[in-house]
Ligand binder design. Sequence first.
Ligand code: ADP
Length: 639
Amino acid sequence: MRERSPLILLLLLGMALLAFVLTSSARMQAMEQIREQADANLSRYIVSLQYQLDRHRDLPRLLASQQQLISLLEHPGNAQNIDTANRYLAWVNATMGATDSYVIGTDGITRAASNWDQPHSFIGNDYSFRPYFQQAMEGGAGRYFALGNTSRVRGYFFSYPVLQAGQIIGIVVVKVDLEDIEADWSDPLQDILVMDEDGVIFISTRAYWRFRTLGYLPEVGRQTLRQSYGNHESQPRAGRPPVGPAASRLTEMDVARISASRRYGQAPLLPLDIIRREVTEQGDLLLTLVDTPGISSDRQSGRAGHYLLRSRLLPDAGMRVAVLASLRPLQSSLLKTLGLGLTFYLILAALVLFFSARHRMKQRHQAELQQAHEALELRVKLRTRELTDANQRLQQEIEQHHQTQNQLIQTAKLAVLGQLSAGINHELSQPITAIRHFADNGRKLLTRGRAEAVTTNLAEIAGLADRMASILQPLREFARPQQESGRGVNLQHLRQGVMVIMGSQLEQKQADISWPEGLERLWVTGDIGRLEQVLVNLIGNALQAMIGQSSPRIDIRLNSQSQWVRLSVRDHGPGLNPDALTHVFEPFYTTKPTGMGLGLSISHRIVHSLNGRLEAANHPQGGALFTLTLPSYSPQEHA
Ligand code: ADP
């Protein structure tokens, strides 16, 4: 909200400025329109008024030269003359469309009139008080408007002197009624006023304004009009009259003067209820006045209206014609322009507010997204660091594990070494002690000269040495290099070698051994001596497992493919117990009281070094089953 306040303030300021600009421009425009309309009305009315007056303006001058009227004025007592003049005037009057035409003597008494036969005939009336009489008596044409003395009808009077031998003998007057001159005025917003030189309104489209005063108008004043009119009733006032409500009021002297002229009968000549007069910068005169019928003292009862006054002086006619244009259209036009402009502005402001709010929301959303993004990045960084730490810990643990494993291997090696030493020590200590004994004994026998006995002792020593050699012989396998390139070994040759070694033992134990057929065709990759060692070991173990059986039997079976050859050795002994099945190839595993537990582990090592496999299992029908798989050898390829 805080960030929106300057914008709202700016919009309000803009609205105020717009309202001001709109008001002043609309006022100017509407004023211009009203002024133009008023001027047009004014011109139109003046044209029609002048036409009406001009029609009769020169009629008195024409009549003044008529012999019938001159004769009457020369001999006013002649009844014939009077009758002729009366009839002539009636005829002219009817022909020209004037209201009344009459002839007045120099004494002001009416001698003849067009209405001679009417009840209110002018004949005999004294009009010497009328200004038009005085004007004509001075030798010029007279013009005057007034309320008819007998008819109570507003009229315009034209007069002209009748001359005879350079002397004024009387005057001719033509009167034109102005009673229905406002009747066809139809503009409800603009009123017509026609005023005399005193500012008394005698023609008005509003009946209740008639015979009231508007006073002096600022740009002319009474002096100008009076001077141009050539009034003889009173001396013109000195100086410019004040402009304001007081200016519409006639002085008591003025009222007395006008009453004396009986121009407007008994009308009180009250001023209009002008509340305010104002001259604008453009020179327009604006009036605020109570425009309902009423008397001037009761201002509260009327409703005030605002008007623009446009007027024009008609010096020849002795009058000022004015249009009083209501300013009501100004207000409605102002309201319309202001309403339209402000509505448009408010829509625009709403749009501006809407788009600015949307922009702010977008920015906030982007900031939130950015925050979320940064939070996510932070979490990823933290997680990565955690993972890196965990990884490092794992590496350390692996290293520790490796170290521990190496230590364990080292310990195991030492244990093996200990076991091996203990084994060798155990096996060799007896024959060494015996050799020592035989050697000591032999020396004694030699000193006594018993040569045969010495020979026997030496034979014993040789036998013991052979036994020690046989104990050490399997251990040589551990000293042999691991990768030894294999040569071709024919299986028939292998069988023969094994049988030379084991023949006497098998015979001694009355054991039966069955070899498969076709061994001579098969070759394997290896070393005949070491392969003999493996088979001798397997057959020896089999014989040992069957000790105590009446007819021990060993079955050797053959299975071969192009890539490998498989020999299986099965006995009919008790087979391998579950513990032996898992540990049989481990060094020093033995179940025999005098066994070293090295035979099978060495055999396994030999076969492995020849890229073959040695596996231990129990035969389904009983007895242990050792399977020896070796890569086959092709003598043709190697030839
Ligand atoms: P040793 O013969 O010195 O015990 P070996 O490595 O040759 O050492 O044999 C390990 C063990 O395997 C034997 O002690 C024995 O328990 C078991 N064994 C080997 N061959 C057979 C077999 N044919 N039948 C039953 N057990 C056997």
